[in-house]
Design a protein around this ligand. Structure first.
Ligand code: NDP
Ligand code: HSE
Length: 413
């Protein structure tokens, strides 16, 4: 099997190294060699610490996509437009495709799966969610036997790494982000990791596969993690809680709610124990009451491992056994299915006291249970149970009040 590799950055380098390292054992196991014969990069003259790639590099994608000797394309250039264009072209050209690209999959999964099925080729994207965790393959398999009604988890390594370093080492947000970038966890534009687009994309992919519905990025409600500060982390730690950046999707068969927001977990819970770049995903269904997946969620080797697993499933034909077809009709999207108690922290300004905040809560029909004053200017409120939909509207209104604030749902697990 001849492979065209699109991209030789963090993940592409890992894929090249694993395939080189395992070349002989894979050939022995499967009777045929796996070989990367061409590699697309942006800059051919860039210094690369990698042996054996020099003669394989090209900056022309169509030299790879039109090469009749290439059976399989691995797309790891990232971004949206070009990656989508190349993946679609490859499938139309009857090549198998493996990608780690959540941006493309979370917008075009149905179209690309349908195209792959029409051309009897594979379109696999295990590395797009949960890094190295074998997650999407078992989810696809189990979703054929179960009616899943909930999928949730910590699925962004960068933000989890930042929150861990803030909680355990007292680093500030930007110091921790810089380390995550140096370790290769962050997206090219880390805004996606922090403002929620990355988690939202992964939640769209997970819920589409779990519920067999066409759920795309635009169907997910998401809020940034960046408003949490060191004082919040310190205060919550004292109370026995940690902050996690969390995605949760629910369905009642007709409607789907998919929400990404900061969530508080008590120290005794499994989700609280997910540290650094690790991820954990839980699914609930009718046969399997709950199933959890845990492992390294980002980084070169873990993600490359997931890609090579997809390649092997194509090599052996195993991918044909659990092909998921998404329902034609889009589900109704409503964030009302997701409800919970929320913690709201505000910082008062000289000219503003908490009266205007309380009035706004009242206007939004948000009942507040408890008020604490961890410092002269900070106030903490806990709401009664309320829907994510209502909280979204309340936060929109709150932005006009010029308080700095942080809002997180309290999750029991
Ligand atoms: P990098 O930025 O490290 O690497 C991108 C590679 O693609 C580089 O080799 C670059 O070339 C090449 N490239 C980018 N744009 C073009 C283009 N237009 N034409 C030709 N070549 C191009 O990205 P990552 O490896 O970190 O991520 C790749 C994908 O994998 C993304 O979709 C990401 O979301 C996903 N992913 C990343 C994970 C991680 O931990 N990093 C984990 C799971 C998924 P050059 O080398 O010349 O600059
Ligand atoms: N930037 C992503 C993360 C990479 O931090 O989780 C893995 O998808």
């Amino acid at each position: 099997m001849k492979i065209g590799l699109l991209g030789l950055g963090t993940v592409g380098t890992g894929v090249f190294e694993i395939i080189q390292k395992r070349k002989q054992s894979l050939q022995k196991l499967y009777g045929q060699p796996l070989e990367i014969t061409k590699i697309l990069v942006k800059d051919k003259n860039k210094k690369r610490d990698l042996q054996g790639v020099k003669g394989l590099l090209t900056t022309d994608p169509y030299e790879i996509l039109n090469d009749p000797s290439i059976d399989l394309i691995i797309e790891v250039i990232g971004g949206l437009e070009k990656a989508y264009q190349y993946i679609k072209y490859a499938l139309q050209n009857e090549k198998h495709v493996v990608t780690a690209n959540k941006a493309v999959v979370s917008l075009h999964m149905k179209e690309l799966l349908d195209l792959a099925q029409k051309n009897q080729k594979a379109f696999l994207f295990e590395a797009s969610v949960g890094g190295g965790i074998p997650l999407l393959k078992p989810l696809r398999q189990c979703s054929l036997l179960n009616n899943f009604y909930e999928v949730k988890g910590i699925v962004n390594g960068t933000s989890n790494f930042i929150l861990t370093k803030m909680t355990e080492e007292g680093l500030d947000f930007h110091e921790a982000l810089k380390i995550a970038q140096d370790l290769g966890y962050a997206e090219a534009d880390p805004t996606d990791d922090i403002k929620g687009a990355d988690v939202a994309r992964k939640l769209a992919i997970l819920s589409s596969l779990a519920f067999h519905r066409d759920i795309t990025l635009g169907d997910v409600l998401y809020r940034s993690i960046k408003h949490v500060d060191r004082e919040d982390i310190h205060y919550l730690k004292d109370k026995g809680y940690s902050v996690k950046y969390f995605g949760k999707a629910l369905t009642n068969g007709e409607k789907v709610s998919a929400v990404v927001e900061p969530v508080l977990f008590q120290r005794i819970t499994q989700f609280e124990k997910v540290k650094d770049s690790f991820n954990m995903v839980s699914v609930k269904g009718d046969n399997l009451e709950e199933l959890r997946f845990y492992g390294e969620g980002a980084g070169k080797n873990a993600s490359a491992n997931a890609i090579v697993c997809d390649v092997i499933d194509i090599f052996t034909g195993a991918y044909k056994k659990d092909f998921v077809v998404l329902k034609e009709q889009k589900p109704k999207i409503s964030s009302q299915l997701l409800q919970g108690k929320y913690l709201i922290r505000i910082v008062l300004k000289d000219s503003l006291n908490s009266c205007s905040f309380l009035k706004l809560a009242d206007e939004n029909e948000i009942s507040l249970q408890r008020i604490e004053k961890p410092s002269p200017k900070r106030r903490i409120f806990i709401t009664e149970k309320v829907s994510a939909e209502k909280i979204k509207k309340f936060i929109q209104d709150l932005k006009h009040l010029e308080f700095s604030f942080f809002v997180a749902r309290i999750e029991k697990e």
